[in-house]
Every structure is written in structure tokens, then in C-alpha cells.
Ligand binder design. Sequence first.
Ligand SMILES: *[C@@H]1O[C@H](CO)[C@@H](O)[C@H](O)[C@H]1NC(C)=O
Ligand SMILES: *[C@@H]1O[C@H](CO)[C@@H](O)[C@H](O)[C@H]1NC(C)=O
Ligand SMILES: *[C@@H]1O[C@H](CO)[C@@H](O)[C@H](O)[C@H]1NC(C)=O
Length: 394
Amino acid sequence: MASKSRISPLFIIFIAISPFAFLGHGEFDDYSGVIPSEPVDIMSPAPTPEPVRSRDQRRISPLVPAMFIFGDSLFDNGNNNKLHSLARADYYPYGIDFEGGKSTGRFSNGYTMVDEIASQLGLPLVPAHTEAAGDKIRHGVNFASAAAGILDNTGRNFLGRIPFNQQLNHFEGSLRQFAQILGEDDTPQILSKSIFFVGMGSNDYLNNYLMPNYNTRHLYNAKQFADLLIKQYTQQLTRLYNLGARKFIVVGLGELGCIPTMLARNETGGCLTDVNNLVLPFSMKSRKMIFNLSASLPNSKFTYIDTLALNKALNQNPQASGFTVTKEACCGIGRNKGQITCLPFQTPCSNRSQYVFWDAFHPTEAANKLFAGRAFNGDKDVAYPLNIKQLVKL
Ligand SMILES: *[C@@H]1O[C@H](CO)[C@@H](O)[C@H](O)[C@H]1NC(C)=O
Ligand SMILES: *[C@@H]1O[C@H](CO)[C@@H](O)[C@H](O)[C@H]1NC(C)=O
Ligand SMILES: *[C@@H]1O[C@H](CO)[C@@H](O)[C@H](O)[C@H]1NC(C)=O
């Protein structure tokens, strides 16, 4: 057991940003019942495996020329490593199951969801923007950054991070490089066939609205805040379209009230209902946003990955997918191993493929692979209106 003084800097940070003192006052709009709670049996039986499944197997020829990734810590693969940031994962035991056991900056024991999607698309792992130079960018670039949000000031408690607007600036900046590698004339066509994967929003709740040192919750109710986010998100996705993107995958928010850091705050061990209800309007409007955007932007195609539906299905029958531990992080400290997230050199659980959560906030590689597989092959309940396999064929 680490002595208190050794862990104190991180300890203090995680205590200092604990946001939940105000919860349970009933100040959120009640959205329970907006989403049908009918069990959706989408986790079993398992789908027929795709020909290309993992890093261990021979690569098929890519189904798309490239994938560009924008998002937060669920998708970051090292962009924060060189920032003065508290949102970093470039230390053991992060990456313990990654190639060579390497701590790359991924917030996972191994693959993230986009790693698995890249693999299923027949692409090499997409390089982080910080490492993408020369020919390496041929198959895309990952611009995602832990603690980043749709709103620029989201995640500022973590200091360094690259908000979505800045990720878009980075993409715009790399277009010239891209044209040099692929040829000026071919680039627009190649971009139009490439996948643009976007997963933002979690931090606008976890590291903005729910933080005591932010005033957003005094200014907006749940619905108004969702409107604010969706308005900005719509503009950001439109900007991406104007820069050449045509095929979009937009990943929705999961059950934020059910991640270990939240579970640790409920005496009875259940999900925090208020947190789940808080994010519901954003999830509902995200779907509508996709619909609106595909109608208003010529030749655009959008796929919405309904992480909420994926989470619910998994929680209803975790055993069907091989999970036995759904409420406790594999690496972390305190109740649900969710009160303090995975610390440097902490020993993680050994049976990691049975855990849904790797740390207080992020899924394991096993869960990421499951979600990616459903996004790739799943039906309209989880990938709307098209799954990734259908999207790439258009
Ligand atoms: C705690 O969990 C229970 C279910 O076990 C749930 O009914 C209750 O609403 C939760 N409490 C809060 C504050 O969310
Ligand atoms: C979708 O478009 C309609 C009609 O323009 C608009 O009223 C609505 O606010 C839009 N919704 C979202 C979530 O973008
Ligand atoms: C896996 O971890 C859980 C939780 O610690 C434990 O209950 C279970 O016995 C472990 N299984 C194996 C095979 O080690």
C-alpha cells in the first residue's frame, strides 16, 4: 500500500475535483422514461466474426483509405503525453495488454474502441497527431485528447488538453501535409471516402457541468445545456464537412451515472440516476442532430453509435459477453475501485478480460472490442441508421 504522502499530489487533485456534493437536490429535469427501458437483446448471440479481428491476424486490404479521429480520453492515443496535463495515461499499468505492454497514453489496458475499429477496417493503428509525420499520416491521424470537450473551457481542471475546436484546427493544419503525401488532386476524393470518427461530450458533463468550480449548472438546466452543446457540436461537425469530410461516425455518451467513479458515490451501489438523467437530453438530441446534418449537408453520411444502448444491453446480460465484473474498476482505489483512479505503478486486477471497466472512468480493452464490434456489425438499435460496415460500402 502506497503511503499517503507518496500519492498525495494525485490524491489531492481527485479530491479537489470531486463534484458531487450538490447531487440529489432534484435540480435536473426528469428525463427518465424518455428512452424506453425495454431490454434490447443486442449482445447475444454474438455476431459472426469478421475476417479481420485483431492485431494477431493478417490484415485485409483496407475498406477505407483513412480514418481521422476526434475525441476525448476514450480515444486519445498519446496526444496528451507531451502536454502539461493531469489527464495522461503514459504510465504503467496503462497499456499492460497493449503490444509490448507499452504505456502509449491510451486510457485502457490495451486497445481503445478506435483501435479495434481501425483493425476491423483493415487499417494500421492510426497514429497520434503528435507522432504523425510524413508517410505515417497516409491512413489517417488521431487528434483526440483526454479532458477535451465540445466547449473550449471544459476540462480546465486538468490543465493541458486539446479542445475539439483546436483538434479541428490541427486537422485543417495537416491538410497541406496530406495533399503532399497523397497528391493535391486526389486528396478531396480520398477524404470523401475516409472515415471521420468523432466522440465528444463526456467531459462537458464530467469535467464542466458537474464540477463545483464551473458555473454552467447555475446558468443552464439539463435541456438548455444539451442545446448549447448540440448547437456548438453541429457547427463543429459542419466545419469538418467543409474541410472535406463526408463519412462520419459520431459516438454518443454512455451511462455516465454508471461508471465506477459514480457508483462509488451511491451507498446502495446503484447508478447515479441524476447523472444518467442529466445527460439524456444530449443523447436524444445527438440522434436528431445526425438526422438534421445528413439532410442539410449534400453527400454526407452519418452513423450514430448509441453507446447508451450498448451499455444497457451489456448491463442486462454481461455474462453473455464474458464479463463477470461490471461495477468495479480493474485498477483504482476505494469503493468500486472508483474513488481514486488507477495510479502509477498500481497493480491492476489479473483477469482483465472479465472486467467492463479498466479504471474509474474508462472501459477495458475487452469492453472496447465488444463495443467496436457492435458498432461495426450491429443493427439500428446501436448503429443508426447504418452500421460501420454499411457506411464504408456507400
Ligand atoms: C442509488 O442506487 C439505487 C439503486 O440501487 C437507486 O435507486 C438510487 O436512485 C441511487 N441513488 C442516487 C442518488 O442516484
Ligand atoms: C433539427 O432541425 C430542426 C428543423 O430545422 C430544428 O428545429 C431542430 O432544432 C434541429 N435539432 C437538432 C438537434 O439539431
Ligand atoms: C476475477 O476477479 C473477480 C473480482 O476480483 C473475482 O471475484 C474472480 O474470482 C476472479 N476470477 C479469476 C478466474 O481469477
